[in-house]
Write a protein that binds this ligand. Structure first.
Ligand SMILES: [Zn+2]
Length: 217
């Protein structure tokens, strides 16, 4: 083990080497306080026929962690996100393939990594890169029109097959759910055995509007 002083990536305070979280999360570049402030809270819901699992509520600590990771290209933070849930998720999604909700390719190039791929990479499950975003379209409308619009910008592009596979669609944030649901529905048309959704953070409770309900099945 290195004796160099470690600093927390969020609050920049020195990380004390003798603490319980150091033993449990040896490689995590966060202090005990910041790690605790993430407040993991796993929630499972059924939305439009899909099982949605979220790992954190989108609180201030999760927000700054995501910003640091995604906005400041800090790849060292990639294993922080699943620090608490890793063993559980490995069991829960055993034998699954992961599909990342796509981000626009040029954004990934600018960043040097695909942030969704990296944050779920510690699961060590195979990834299938079959969804692509064809423009830098940002979904802003929370209504049916917004959802229809986003489906025009996400395509299935894969030379292999996902038929008969258990697929987990992974994404960083669930806000309106439009992107994830669009991806999940698109995946379903290619006959996987199952499609489930796993997101890191969730911003607000999903309200079942009439629109959503009528879209079921
Ligand atoms: Zn800290």
């Amino acid at each position: 083990m290195s004796t160099a002083t470690l600093f927390c990536k969020l609050c920049f305070k020195e990380i004390r080497s003798v603490s319980l979280s150091r033993f449990l999360h040896n490689d995590i570049p966060l202090c005990e306080k910041c790690l605790a402030s993430l407040e993991p809270k796993m929630m499972v819901q059924k939305i439009e026929g899909f099982e949605l699992t979220s790992l954190y509520e989108y609180n201030e600590a999760v927000r700054s962690l995501l910003f640091q990771f995604k906005g400041c290209f800090d790849i060292e933070l990639k294993d922080v996100f699943l620090a608490y849930q890793l063993p559980l998720l490995k069991a829960r999604y055993h034998s699954c393939h992961l599909v990342c909700a796509p981000s626009y390719h040029e954004k990934d190039e600018e960043r040097g990594f695909n942030h969704v791929h990296e944050m779920f990479s510690s699961l060590s499950f195979p990834f299938i890169d079959c969804l692509k975003k064809t423009s830098d379209f940002k979904q802003a409308l929370h209504n049916k029109r917004g959802r229809e619009e986003i489906s025009k910008h996400i395509i299935y592009d894969y030379s292999g097959s996902i038929e008969g596979k258990n697929i987990v669609l992974v994404d960083d944030l669930w806000t309106t759910g439009a992107t994830a649901l669009c991806c999940a529905k698109l995946l379903k048309t290619h006959h996987p055995k199952s499609v489930r959704i796993l997101v890191m953070g969730k911003t607000m409770p999903h309200t079942e509007t009439e629109e959503n309900m009528s879209q079921e099945k």
